[in-house]
Write a protein that binds this ligand. Structure first.
Ligand SMILES: [Zn+2]
Ligand SMILES: [Zn+2]
Length: 152
C-alpha cells in the first residue's frame, strides 16, 4: 500500500465522504485513529493505536479506540486480521493481500502473492457464504530466528 502523505490524506478525505454518506459524524477521533492505522505497517491492536493516538489526543480512552475501530470496520474502511490469540489486530490496507504472522513475537506483515491471489473460494460451504480468500502464513520473522540482523 502507498503510504505517502498525499495518499494518506486522500484516504482520510474518503473517510469523511463515507461518514457523510452514512450520516455519521466526522469526529477528530475517527480521523486520528484512521490516520494512525494508515500510517502503521504492523497491524496494530487497539492498545497499540492508543499509545500512538493518545500522544496528540491525551483525553482519548482505550474504549473510544475500540468504538472508533468498530465504526471504521462498519464503514468498510478497516478490517480485522485473523491472528491466533485473543488480541484483535486491525488493517487499513484495502488492497488484496495476505499476511505473515510471527508466532514468536506476534508481528504481522503484509504479503502480496500472485499465487495466493489466484485462489478461488469454494462456491458453496454448508451454512456459510464464501466471499474472498486471504492467506495467513505463520512462522518466525528474521528478528526472532536470529538471521537478517547483518552481523554484530
Ligand atoms: Zn518475530
Ligand atoms: Zn494487512
Amino acid at each position: 500500500m502507498n503510504r505517502s502523505p498525499k495518499n494518506i490524506q486522500a484516504r482520510v478525505e474518503h473517510l469523511a465522504e463515507r461518514c457523510r454518506e452514512t450520516g455519521m459524524n466526522v469526529t477528530p477521533q475517527r480521523v486520528a485513529v484512521y490516520r494512525a492505522l494508515l500510517e502503521s505497517e504492523d497491524h496494530p491492536t487497539p492498545e497499540m493505536l492508543y499509545q500512538t493516538v493518545s500522544r496528540e489526543m491525551p483525553s482519548l480512552s482505550v474504549a473510544t479506540i475500540y468504538k472508533t475501530l468498530d465504526a471504521l470496520v462498519s464503514l468498510g474502511l478497516v478490517r480485522t486480521v485473523p491472528v491466533d490469540g485473543d488480541r484483535r489486530r486491525y488493517d487499513a490496507n484495502d488492497e488484496t493481500h495476505h499476511h505473515l504472522v510471527c508466532s514468536s513475537c506476534g508481528k504481522v506483515r503484509d504479503y502480496t502473492s500472485v499465487e495466493f491471489d489466484a485462489l478461488v473460494p469454494p462456491r458453496r460451504v454448508a451454512g456459510f457464504a464464501p466471499k474472498s480468500v486471504s492467506v495467513t502464513l505463520t512462522g518466525t520473522c528474521d528478528d526472532c530466528n536470529g538471521s537478517g540482523k547483518g552481523g554484530d
